[in-house]
Design a protein around this ligand. Sequence first.
Ligand code: HEM
Ligand SMILES: Nc1nc2c(c(=O)[nH]1)N[C@H]1C(S)=C(S)[C@@H](COP(=O)(O)O)O[C@H]1N2
Ligand SMILES: [Mo]
Length: 384
Amino acid sequence: MEGALRRALEVPAAVPGRFTSRLHDERVAAWLGLALGVCVLTAFATGLFSHFMQHPPGWARWPSRPVNLYRVTQGLHVMCGLAAVPLLLAKLWTVYPRLLRWPPARSVAEAAGRPLVLLLVGGALFQLVTGVLNISYWYAFPFFFTTAHYWTAYVLVGALLIHVANEWHKVRRTVLTGAVMTGPGDAAGRRGFLLGVAAASGVIVATTVGEAFSPLARLAVLAPRRPGVGSQGLPVNKSAAGAGVGAAARDPGFRLTVTGRVTRELAWSLPELRALPSHAARLPIACVEGWSAEAVWEGVRLRDVLEAAGADGGARVRVESLERGGRYRTSLVDPPHWRDPLTLLALRLNGEPLDLDHGYPCRLIAPDRPGVMQTKWVHRLVVL
Ligand code: HEM
Ligand SMILES: Nc1nc2c(c(=O)[nH]1)N[C@H]1C(S)=C(S)[C@@H](COP(=O)(O)O)O[C@H]1N2
Ligand SMILES: [Mo]
């Protein structure tokens, strides 16, 4: 039994004729590793930015400008993640004779390195598979994506840094000297293989980047959401029916109230809100899942409403939705965002009254802010 298992796992390269491709090559592996490293580290940096944007430490105050900053960083995150998929598959194919070799280690030093490989390969597969499922809105896993993805990122990047330190000398003598494309052996084969992998990544990016970069929206055939597609020309993530807010949002008794640490509590009906000074702003919804789309929003400045109630200029504000449950029923707004003149409680979208699905009667829209924090169906502001 054990013998059969051993034979099944036998290093293919050890069997002459069974594993002959010249592409299982240190030079190809080094090149793919370099590209993969750039993608993973960019995804890590932009992912941390997204995390701390949503969970700012007490002392941190993110600026509300540039308007499109989060849109760009999160778009980059998802594009780097998607581009990494063909790179990772190619890399695993290139190195699998070493990955599956038997015995798994020939020395103590090698044995010590095996758990690292497991964390590296397991972490990378986990990030890419769950990431792609998540942006496809296929929540097929029993855990909360964001938390698992966040902690796995540290494991993956830790393992990656050690791996890079161990392997850097190979990158130096292959990639950095040009030996990949021209060195001895099947240089044309290596070049063709790497170009094929690059093309696969390129096609994936080209057919999804339009979900964030609207001039390429028509190319975005693989993207789950596209700018311009949805009610009032804007994608909808959670509908009013999905959030169970239809009746409450249409209630003529609707009031927007301001409470908490204010000098006077205030409440406005919808007609009263409409009578307040109105401002327009062209701002994107930048979903954490990578798509983003611009729209023209009109409504009252959050600043005007909070100042009318006498809120302190340094206070944090909690924006609450009519939605009863759900992870995104409230969001926190820090002073740089609520004092920004572009931050609105929007009543209109692209020249029409806000659709129920976009947050009627009233929704938050602010510059440089993740979509999950652009709370819809707002009915209460609590000054903290
Ligand atoms: C390549 C390795 C990757 C690393 C190191 C990485 C890292 C991170 C980190 C640290 C976060 C912040 C999580 C938080 O807010 O707590 C994040 C968020 C996110 N990542 Fe990745 N990621 C990777 C790949 C991917 C891929 C392949 C996709 C999808 C194509 C993806 C999609 C997302 C999404 C949708 C979020 C936002 C989650 C949310 O805020 O709810 N990531 N990533
Ligand atoms: N109350 C509430 N607000 C919400 C959500 C939600 O589920 N509940 N979803 C958020 C998410 S994830 C995004 S991307 C934006 C989408 O806004 P839109 O549907 O108007 O495009 O709304 C945000 N506001
Ligand atoms: Mo979102």
